[in-house]
Each structure stands twice: as C-alpha cells, then as structure tokens.
Design a protein around this ligand. Structure first.
Ligand SMILES: [Zn+2]
Ligand SMILES: [Zn+2]
Length: 345
C-alpha cells in the first residue's frame, strides 16, 4: 500500500529551494535522487516520510557544508587531490584555485591560480562564464605570469566556440610581486616547488600607523603636516592567510617564504602520513610527484609560527575518519592548531 500523500509537490519544492539558497546547499547532494525517483511517479504530492528523509539530509548537509571558521576567517571550498581544489575566503572576496568551479566560488570577485594542473584551473572558463550569465562584475584573475599566454588562448578558444564575451581581467603575477585587493589588503606571490611552474599566495592586511613622534598631536596639526607633504604614517603589514597550492616541503625551507610560516592561517597541502595510519605513500613518493608528506610537516613543526594550519589536497582514496585520525594524532607543537578541510570526503 502506498503512503498517504499529505504535502503538495510545489510548496515543498519551493521550500527546499529556498532552504538551499539560504544555506547555500546543492540539492544535487542532498536528495535530488530522492526527489527524482518520487517525481518520476505520477504523484502530485510527497509523502510525509519522503519529506522527513529530505529534511534530515538537508540538516546533515548543513552540518557538513559549514566549512571551517578559523581565527575569524570562514574557509570554504573543497580540495581532493587530482579531482578539484578550490579554497574560498569570503572575507577577502577571493578564491584560491578554481577546481571544477564549485557554486560558492562564483560569488568571489578575485581568483588566484597557483598552477596549471587541471584539478586547480579546470573550472576557470566556467567561473568567468557563470559570472557573466548572472551579470556580476567581471572577475579579476591572478595567475603565474608563465602561464598567462596559455590561459589567454583558452579564453580565445571559448569565445570562438560560444561567441560570448567572457569578460574578465587577467593579471600575470611573478614570484615576489604584489597585487592590491583593496587599500588595506594586498596579496603577494611566493615560490612553491611542484612538477610544473607554481606559486603560492599570502594575503596581507595593510595598515597606516601614525609615526610615534606625531602621536598626541591635535587633528588640525596633523592635517597641516599632511598637507605640507610630511609623511606622518608608517605602513605596517601583517600576513593573514597563506595558500601554498601543490608543493613539496621545500617551500618551508626557502628563507623568502618566512611570511607564509608566520601568517595567522596557513593553508597547505599534505599527503597523509604513513607514521599514523598505513604505509602506502612514502616521503619519496610524495616528493617525486611534487607534494608534501604529513610526516615532513611534523619534522618541520618548529618552523610553523602560524596560529592555524589547514591541510588540504588529500587523496580521494582516503576515508574521512582516516584523515581525522591522522590530524588528531598530531602532537605538540602542532596539536590543536592543525585542521583538515575534508569537504567531499
Ligand atoms: Zn593538485
Ligand atoms: Zn598540481
């Protein structure tokens, strides 16, 4: 006997879509298969049990989709080695790498690409096209200078194919060069070590501080000095967030990269350690493929001054509990300040 149908389909669908928008969820992930299977039947309404199933999936998904919130910065996105990496920092209106262009990335105005591997750059045309589709401001995309010509060719090919404008600003940034997101926020590219040209990025907050000799002066006096051309402030910068992209642990030893190790939050890749779980990926393996092994992070533990380290880019073959165990097993000085971004595992 079929279950009694008590809810009409339309209001429920409306409710679910509103909830999805509200929580930035993707129905695809939370029960579209349930919806489809039910809609395929000729019923015009849903059963209560279906409603409660979908609702509990939404609740579960909401808990899962919250991402991380560290040092006051929400960190969203997902990173699965070889599949897709896109890390979103809504506080800065930016994403690091675009992966397959997850929905949340589209609303970010700035995009920083670490290197040309498909799992990091594949969704780039989609990101630009979707922003155009929704009539959002053309995005600004910062890429390593060495890949700029090839990226331009990608856009030319897509423009030729779909005859759309694909409006955006493309900026090639070399290692050591800076880009200002805002007056009080700049991003600097730093050297990472991968099998192809690659770079990481550090976001700095920029503050103007009154020079000590002028502290205590009246507003009018300060104004006068300023108008007479006297430099009354010092500029101070502090590294807030660093993102490595794919890299071997050699980036840790580069003296030019000290700010990445001092940033409040360091988002870096890590292959899971053999020490803690199983011996399937050796340090040598990780290095050969241009990646970092968790045991290398442990052996360099003293160098990290970061308040928090967010590990990303785990292999898809790991289960969530395996990653969580490896992180939970970390000891001082890393214990308690290492987090894993496990969206999608
Ligand atoms: Zn990768
Ligand atoms: Zn790569």
């Amino acid at each position: 006997m079929s279950e009694p149908h008590v809810l009409s389909r339309l209001p429920l669908l409306r409710f679910l879509f509103r909830l999805r928008n509200l929580r930035r969820l993707r129905l695809r992930d939370i029960g579209v298969s349930l919806l489809q299977s039910e809609v395929k039947q000729e019923h015009q309404s849903f059963s209560l049990s279906l409603f409660s199933r979908i609702f509990s999936l939404i609740i579960m998904e909401t808990k899962k989709k919250q991402g991380l919130n560290i040092e006051g910065y929400p960190i969203e996105g997902l990173s699965i080695a070889g599949h897709e990496t896109c890390i979103i920092l809504p506080s800065f209106n930016l994403a690091f790498d675009i992966g397959k262009c997850p929905q949340r990335a589209i609303s970010q105005q700035f995009l920083f690409i670490s290197h040309g591997h498909m799992d990091h750059i594949g969704g780039l045309p989609m990101y630009v096209a979707t922003r155009g589709l929704y009539r959002m401001a053309p995005p600004t995309i910062i890429i390593p200078k060495v890949i700029k010509e090839n990226v331009e060719k990608i856009f030319e090919a897509h423009r030729a194919m779909d005859q759309s404008e694909l409006k955006h600003t493309l900026i090639g940034l070399d290692i050591g060069e800076e880009f200002y997101l805002r007056k009080d926020l700049k991003v600097k590219a730093f050297k990472t070590c991968h099998v192809i040209p690659s770079q990481g990025y550090i976001v700095y907050s920029v503050k103007q501080k009154l020079k000590p000799e002028y502290v205590g002066l009246q507003g009018e006096e300060i104004k006068k000095l300023k108008f007479s051309g006297v430099e009354i402030t010092n500029t101070t910068t502090s590294p807030e967030v660093a993102f490595t992209g794919d890299t071997t642990s050699d980036f840790i030893l580069d003296p030019h990269n000290l700010d990445a190790l001092k940033a409040k939050i360091l988002i870096m890749e890590a292959r899971r350690s053999s020490t803690y779980v199983e011996n399937t990926m050796s340090v040598e393996n990780a290095r050969d493929y241009g990646h970092t092994h968790l045991s290398e992070i442990i052996s360099h533990a003293e160098r990290f001054e970061n308040k928090a380290i967010v590990l990303i880019h785990f292999s898809a073959r790991y289960h969530l509990d395996v990653i969580e165990k490896a992180v939970a097993a970390l000891r001082a000085p890393l214990a308690g300040r290492v987090f894993a971004l496990t969206e999608g595992f």
